[in-house]
Design a binder for this molecule. Structure first.
Ligand SMILES: [Zn+2]
Length: 262
């Protein structure tokens, strides 16, 4: 094997198969950003849920031996189809597709996959099933890694807005820190959800969501004209940096532990 391969390379799509062959001698861990292409209000583009886990995966891969897979761009977003540009696939299609992608990587040496989920509170149940299927039917040690859970503690400390549910304080801050050129703060609008949510449910990403529930596209259309729910005007790049750092360091801890099991 030639030793002039770039041993720091981690983006699978930019590597040759020989470089990947050499890389899986060093690591059996794959980071797979899983997002959705869906509306994010007046001020952010449709790719936010992919841009976030991809950039966070990149920061993890820079600090760890893990490889970074090309992302899953299409997710389960029926509740966002009230705005153009949103794509959605069925739960069954999504589960099969993500499972097949991960299982195929196990054919060339990947033993562990971290599903970096950038679609807040969406497609969580689907990815839990994917994780179980990968482990039981394919022998792949899979993890569902919802970004929102990884920075929840820091988010509670730094938030200044009362509500951040969709395309608001947290997501806008993260994108301001990662890809500021894609954020139009001059178009950001605060959208207050009604305060009469049902008991144990809350219109907030870190809210009192003790029971499973979901919104339809009709519900969303009624709740928000702009598309976001919450106040994106309080978002800052500084807040975003802290949220990103929390997510990255938490994922690195998991990768390090998995890699040291070898
Ligand atoms: Zn989003």
């Amino acid at each position: 094997m030639s030793d002039d391969f770039d041993t720091d390379a981690y983006r699978v799509a930019e590597m040759t198969w020989q470089e990947v062959e050499a890389a899986v001698e060093r690591t059996a861990t794959l980071l797979l950003p899983v997002g959705s292409t869906e509306q994010h209000g007046h001020h952010m583009p449709l790719g936010v849920d992919v841009f976030m886990p991809e950039a966070i995966g990149e920061l993890v891969a820079e600090r760890s031996p893990a490889l970074l897979a090309p992302p899953i761009w299409y997710g389960v977003s029926p509740h966002h189809t009230f705005k153009p540009g949103t794509f959605t696939v069925s739960t069954e299609t999504f589960q099969r597709y993500v499972t097949d992608v991960c299982a195929s990587a196990s054919e060339w040496g990947i033993e562990r996959v971290l599903l970096l989920n950038g679609h807040y509170l969406g497609q969580d149940p689907e990815l839990e099933v994917v994780v179980r299927t990968l482990r039981t039917d394919h022998g792949v040690e899979a993890f569902h890694v919802p970004l929102v859970n990884l920075f929840a503690e820091v988010a509670e400390e730094i938030r200044t807005g009362e509500v951040s549910f969709h395309a608001s304080e947290f997501e806008t801050s993260i994108l301001l820190s990662l890809l500021p050129e894609l954020v139009h703060m001059d178009r950001a609008k605060s959208v207050e959800p009604p305060d009469d949510s049902l008991p144990l449910t809350d219109y907030d990403a870190l809210g009192d969501n003790e029971v499973g529930w979901s919104l339809t596209a009709e519900d969303m259309a009624e709740l928000t004209h702009a598309g976001n729910i919450g106040d994106p005007t309080v978002a800052t790049a500084e807040k975003g940096e802290k949220l990103v750092e929390a997510a990255v360091s938490n994922i690195c801890r998991l990768v390090d532990e998995l890699e040291s099991e070898e």
